[in-house]
Design a protein. Structure first.
Length: 363
């Protein structure tokens, strides 16, 4: 295509404008197909003379229905806006609703009753046949847990706290750092953006669910298990009996993941508990000798022993009783969530035990 330029200037232009627009349209069409092949649910071409008003849109990832907008300027310039939905659609996403990318036909080929008839028979056949394909079923379940559907709504643990020190402590702890590294590798494995805050939390969009299922079918069992570990880790409720049951099952040593920090000492204010912790770390005699000291003094004794300074013997790998697996309390007053969760696990374990023969005969 011939380009005309001023010998002494910087201005250039195409000699045949019609040929230019024709070539540009072909390039735009090719780019649109490339985006669709890459898994984007829709690619919208904003025609010349119109303008993509970004303030009327919100960012949304591909798996939540985000589209690509190709903004074609009258000057011939082209801007690509990847991952956007309208403000109204963003509200639907926030409400957990799925976006429908295909328009409804004006005159359906079949009646609603026939559609229901077809859907239910196909559903019955697929789930019966799926019984013989457990590996496919596993990947389908994982896809649902991640992408969601109108029947599946799995939420990530928000790890919320109103206390800034607690939030910072958790964000920087070893457990969170290790998990975040694994999550980023899973995001990459699934073709998601590494900037996504979670693997789970889809909005139930059918396109995303089907695409994710197909991707999981390509992965070996070991990789799928890595995905599962990440998803259940994200959606495991903090303070629940499930956390307790898992920690007990795998023999978790909290000393490998936790150490006493400023947030811990800031939240530690009960004198009776502080005295018990001093006894736990320094011994009963030291605790008795300092029983009437201020809380700050008792905390300093604990800090000194953990650091091995100020003449105190260093205590390594110490974990408060509440934090351990299994947990226990320092007083008989109750109110320790981990201890209550442990009691629920123990009750569930006891319920699984077979009844003694004598009790079965009496029943």
């Amino acid at each position: 295509m011939l380009v005309v330029a001023d010998l002494f200037g910087d201005d250039r232009y195409f000699a045949d404008s019609d040929a230019f627009w024709k070539a540009q349209d072909a390039a735009i069409a090719a780019r649109r197909e490339a985006y669709l092949d890459a898994g984007w649910p829709d690619v919208v071409i904003v025609p010349r003379g119109e303008y993509f008003a970004s303030w009327d849109y919100r960012k949304a990832p591909k798996r939540k229905g985000g589209r690509v907008y190709i903004d074609v300027r009258e000057s011939g310039e082209i801007d690509m806006f990847e991952g956007y939905v309208t403000a109204r659609e963003a509200k639907r996403i926030d409400a957990g609703e799925a976006l429908e990318s295909r328009p409804k036909p004006s005159r359906p080929e079949i009646t609603g009753t026939m559609q229901t008839y077809i859907d239910l028979h196909r559903h019955a056949a697929v789930r019966a046949a799926l019984l013989g394909h457990p590996k496919v079923a596993l990947r389908l379940m994982v896809a649902h847990a991640i992408a969601g559907s109108h029947l599946w709504n799995v939420r990530a643990e928000p790890q919320a706290s109103r206390n800034d020190m607690v939030r910072e402590s958790v964000e920087t702890c070893r457990g969170e750092s290790d998990f975040d590294r694994h999550r980023r590798s899973v995001l990459e494995l699934l073709g998601f953006s590494p900037e996504e805050p979670t693997v789970s939390g889809g909005n139930g969009d059918g396109f995303g669910l089907a695409g994710l299922f197909l991707r999981l079918l390509e992965l070996p069992d070991r990789a799928v298990m890595d995905v599962i570990a990440c998803v259940i880790g994200e959606t495991l409720a903090a303070g629940s009996a499930a956390v307790e049951a898992v920690g007990l099952e795998i023999g978790l040593d909290m000393a490998q993941y936790w150490h006493a920090d400023d947030a811990f000492f800031e939240a530690l204010r009960d004198r009776e508990v502080l005295t018990a912790i001093v006894a736990d770390i320094a011994g009963a005699e030291v605790a008795a000798a300092h029983a009437k000291e201020k809380g700050a003094t008792l905390k300093q004794i604990v800090r000194d022993h953990l650091a091995g300074v100020n003449g105190r013997a260093r205590v390594e790998g110490w974990v408060p009783k509440w934090m351990a697996f299994p947990p226990s309390a320092y007083t008989a007053r109750g109110g320790v969530g981990a201890v209550a969760a442990h009691a629920r696990v123990q009750a569930a374990r006891a319920d699984l035990q077979p009844e003694p023969p004598a009790e079965r005969e009496a029943a």
